[in-house]
Design a protein around this ligand. Structure first.
Ligand SMILES: [Zn+2]
Length: 237
């Protein structure tokens, strides 16, 4: 990989980490990674809030969880990323975050439903990983990757979410859309007095019509906005 491309990817990964913190998907915890194209290795932040991520400090790990380059200790949930990349060659970016609305949905036993247009990206459904606790072993990483299947997102009960896509921008936008969607679903549920049947969730046919929410033009526009906010309001700035 040529030097410029590698540096651009480092910049994107660091920015994606700061985006998930700025937009309330994570606080002290959570992380975003990107595969180094054409390899079984990925860029991953060291053990610190994603809000502090910077391109120089990113580590290089492989899909066996081995630290290949960089100084520092990787986040203990590195296995989420390592085993997702191992399971699917089409994955170029992975986000793991602890967004509150998604956690709430899992804990009231409500499956994700498509309640607005941006939710269309989840038209194939968002599976739930029911086992609580952190993903700190290779085996659990494999189990999570298996539960994700060919999908773009999975909810993790009482814990958070993982999104996976062809590139780090798309995975990041999908994570933001998923939390937005879950937050809207919760508000609708509250406004409906807790009666889920009153939510006019999209039918499969309607969801199909708005599925294309991570098309290149949309991702670029969303990324431009999220990145600008993250750059303007750095953690502690
Ligand atoms: Zn976690």
């Amino acid at each position: 990989m040529i030097v410029e491309a590698r540096e651009a990817l480092r910049h994107e990964v660091a920015l994606a980490n700061r985006i998930i913190e700025r937009f309330g998907l994570s606080n002290a915890f959570g992380h975003v990674s990107a595969r180094i194209p054409g390899t079984d290795t990925f860029l991953f932040p060291p053990r610190r809030s994603p809000g502090f991520a910077d391109e120089q400090s990113l580590l290089v790990l492989d899909t066996d969880g081995k630290l290949l380059a960089g100084k520092g200790t990787p986040n203990s949930e590195l296995w989420i990323h390592a085993r997702a990349y191992a399971a699917r060659a089409d994955i170029g970016g992975v986000v793991h975050a602890h967004p509150p609305a998604c956690v709430c949905l899992t804990q009231i036993g409500q499956p994700h439903r498509i309640v607005h247009n941006q939710g269309g990206v989840f038209a194939d459904g968002v599976p739930e990983f029911k086992r609580i606790g952190l993903i700190r072993t290779r085996e659990l990483g494999d189990l999570l990757a298996q539960s994700l299947g060919r999908g773009i997102a999975i909810m993790m009960r009482g814990h958070g979410i993982t999104t996976a896509a062809a590139d780090v921008r798309t995975a990041t936008i999908a994570a933001c859309f998923l939390e937005e969607s879950a937050a809207l679903q919760l508000r609708m549920l509250a406004a409906a007095g807790g009666d889920a049947s009153r939510i006019r969730a999209y039918t499969p046919e309607e969801a199909e019509r708005v599925r294309d929410q991570v098309a290149p033009g949309i991702v670029e526009r969303a990324w431009e906005y999220y990145a600008a906010v993250a750059e303007l309001k750095p953690l502690g700035g």
